[in-house]
Design a protein around this ligand. Structure first.
Ligand SMILES: NC(=O)c1ccc[n+]([C@@H]2O[C@H](COP(=O)([O-])OP(=O)(O)OC[C@H]3O[C@@H](n4cnc5c(N)ncnc54)[C@H](O)[C@@H]3O)[C@@H](O)[C@H]2O)c1
Length: 231
């Protein structure tokens, strides 16, 4: 049985990392287009770098929550794949082995030049500076997918979802495309769950079991259900 977790910002809310939609489209008091677009980088790379430095620092200081841990322990029972829209590394830090980041990983940087996806550079600590450059001499930017940019990991996610037997969607408003559309590839899955305090208003299809709870408590419930199928 292949279990696929599809997570969004709500997954890390109980680790103290703010979601984006829950604060009226603001992210830590910034309008998203001021900091998370290629235009923002062109206009003020220092400001964008500083914004992500602060986010990186908060993420390093945060800890995986019980829901991250439960997902990691699921690997003792079966094959698990995590596809996350999150740029934090809390799934990896709780022990999940197969994590695909659709929107990048804030612990890494990439070139701001023409060959951005050629190589990702691990950032030592929380701070990226204007002096950090790729070998071609371009300034390094955070390894995150900004609004208006393509999603290089999308094609890798499609076959993973297509082969899912169990799909668990957690903490995503399903508003950010193309990522949100990926869940429609899970046609084979015989068990589908959505965990989100606002799950009932997400407009998700009725073959999903709706769990209107936070990630930690919702994941406890789902685990009880899927253990019946797996054991
Ligand atoms: N932790 C992160 O890495 C992080 C944080 C904020 C934004 N982002 C970026 O912004 C984009 C926003 O899209 P999104 O759909 O992931 O997030 P979103 O902010 O649009 O939606 C968050 C969802 O989480 C739900 N939620 C709130 N508290 C929750 C909890 N305790 N448990 C479970 N669910 C909870 C909300 O009801 C909402 O539906 C992402 O693609 C991501 O790249 C990332």
């Amino acid at each position: 049985m292949k279990v696929v977790i599809f997570s969004g910002a709500g997954m890390s809310a109980e680790s103290g990392i703010q979601t984006f939609r829950d604060s009226d489209g603001l992210w830590e008091n910034y309008r998203i287009e001021e900091v998370a677009t290629p235009e923002a980088w062109s206009a003020d790379p220092d400001m964008v770098t500083e914004f992500y430095n602060m986010r990186r620092k908060a993420i390093i200081d945060a800890n995986p929550n019980r829901a991250h841990e439960l997902i990691a322990t699921l690997e003792d029972l079966t094959e698990v794949h995590v596809i996350t829209q999150n740029i934090d590394d809390l799934h990896e830090r709780s022990g999940s082995q197969n994590v695909l980041h659709l929107h990048g990983n804030i612990r890494y940087a990439k070139s701001s030049g023409p060959n951005q996806e050629k190589e990702y550079y691990r950032i030592d600590g929380w701070k990226l500076t204007e002096n950090d450059k790729c070998p071609e001499g371009y300034r390094l930017r955070p390894h995150v997918v900004w609004f208006g940019e393509s999603v290089p990991a999308y094609n890798e996610a499609v076959p993973i979802l297509s082969e899912a037997d169990i799909l668990i969607v957690i903490g995503t408003s399903l508003q950010v495309y193309p990522a949100a559309g990926l869940i429609h590839y899970a046609e084979r899955a015989s068990h589908k769950f959505v965990i989100d305090p606002k799950a009932a208003s997400l407009g998700i299809s009725d073959d999903f079991r709706i769990i209107s709870k936070g990630a930690e408590s919702g994941m406890e419930d789902v685990l009880k259900e899927i253990k019946k199928v797996l054991i």
